[in-house]
Ligand binder design. Structure first.
Ligand SMILES: C[S@@+](CC[C@H](N)C(=O)[O-])C[C@H]1O[C@@H](n2cnc3c(N)ncnc32)[C@H](O)[C@@H]1O
Length: 283
C-alpha cells in the first residue's frame, strides 16, 4: 500500500481525533501512514494492509489503541524551550517570594518527557541557592504513558541534556550514569528536583479528576494539533482551574485569538503570557 486507502485514513484519523483531539487531515496522510506502519510492526505485522484486515475482522484491542494514541502524539520538547518564558517566570517568582501565603501551584498540562517541569524546578532551585526560598508544587500531566514513564524516571540522553540547558546546569542538576544500551552515558535528574513534581496521566479531552486551582498553567504546543472547538473547550476548562490573576502559557506559535476572551495578553522581553481576567466559575 503506497497511499492510505480513504477508508483506512478515515477510520484511524476519526478514532485518533475522538480520543485525543489530534487532527490528521489529508495533507498529512503520509504522517498517519508512518504511524500506522509503526503500529502494524509493533503488533508483529508487516504492513498497514495486514493491520487493516485484522481491524476489519477483530476490531482494535485496547492495547493496540493505547499504542496507536501514543504513536499519534508528537512529543517534541526540550529543556528551557521558549527561553523568555523561563526568565519571566523567574521574575514572577521573585515578586511572589515577598510574603507568599501558600505554595505556588503549577500545572504542566502536556509535559511530554518532563523537560518543561524540570526546567521550572531548576529555576526555583537556582533561586533557592541565592536564599530565595519559595514552596511550590508542580503537577505534570500528559496523555501518553510512554513519555510519562521517562519523565518520572528523570533520565535523559546526552543529546537531550545538550538541548536547551543553560551552562553549568547539566553538572549541577544531573548525575551522569552508565547506560546499558549505549556506550554514551545517560543523565539522571537530581532527586530533590524530582520530588516536587507529581506525574500523572491525563487526557485533556476527558473528565479531569479534582485538581484544585493553579497559579500557573503551561499548556504549550499541544492545542496546536486540535480543532478550534476542542481548543476553545480546553481553554475554558483550564480557566476554571486557575486562581485570580493566574497565568496561562502557550507555545510560542500559539495564540488565544478567536478562542477565549477570558485572558489579557501580557508581553515582556519576548515572553507572551495570558493573564486570567477575573474570577471564574468554580470547576
Ligand atoms: C509537542 S509536545 C509539547 C511538550 C511541552 N509542553 C513543550 O512545549 O515542550 C505535546 C504533548 O502533548 C501531549 N498530548 C497530545 N494530546 C493530548 C491530550 N489530548 N491530552 C493530554 N496530552 C496530550 C502529547 O503526548 C505530547 O507529549
Amino acid at each position: 500500500m503506497t497511499e492510505l486507502a480513504p477508508e483506512v485514513f478515515q477510520y484511524f484519523s476519526r478514532l485518533i481525533e475522538e480520543e485525543t483531539g489530534i487532527l490528521y487531515d489529508v495533507d498529512n496522510a503520509y504522517l498517519l501512514k508512518n504511524r500506522l506502519t509503526d503500529l502494524a510492526q509493533g503488533l508483529g505485522m508487516q504492513q498497514v494492509s495486514e493491520l487493516w484486515r485484522d481491524v476489519q475482522s477483530n476490531g482494535l484491542s485496547l492495547a493496540a489503541k493505547t499504542m496507536l494514541f501514543d504513536l499519534a502524539t508528537n512529543n517534541e520538547t526540550s529543556f528551557f524551550r521558549d527561553r523568555p518564558f523561563f526568565d519571566y517566570f523567574r521574575r514572577q517568582v521573585l515578586e511572589r517570594s515577598q510574603g507568599a501565603q501558600r505554595p505556588l501551584r503549577i500545572w504542566c498540562a502536556a509535559v511530554s518527557t518532563g523537560q518543561e517541569a524540570y526546567s521550572l524546578s531548576m529555576v526555583l532551585a537556582e533561586l533557592r541557592a541565592q536564599g530565595i526560598n519559595l514552596s511550590y508544587e508542580i503537577l505534570a500531566t500528559d496523555i501518553s504513558p510512554r513519555v510519562l514513564k521517562q519523565a518520572s524516571t528523570g533520565i535523559y540522553s546526552q543529546f537531550e541534556v545538550q538541548r536547551g540547558l543553560p551552562q553549568g546546569y547539566a553538572e549541577r542538576y544531573f548525575r551522569q550514569e552508565h547506560s546499558e544500551s549505549s556506550s554514551l552515558p545517560v543523565y539522571r535528574i537530581h532527586p530533590d528536583l524530582r520530588t516536587a513534581i507529581t506525574f500523572q496521566r491525563l487526557n485533556l479531552l476527558e473528565a479531569w479528576p479534582n485538581l484544585g486551582l493553579f497559579d500557573i498553567v503551561l499548556c504549550r504546543n499541544v492545542l496546536i494539533y486540535q480543532s478550534p472547538d476542542n481548543k476553545r473547550r480546553t481553554i475554558a476548562r483550564l480557566a476554571q482551574h486557575m486562581t485570580v490573576n493566574a497565568y496561562l502559557v502557550l507555545g510560542d506559535a500559539e495564540s488565544l485569538a478567536w478562542l477565549s476572551e477570558s485572558f489579557n495578553l501580557e508581553q515582556q522581553d519576548g515572553a507572551r503570557i495570558y493573564r486570567l481576567k477575573g474570577p471564574q466559575l468554580s470547576p
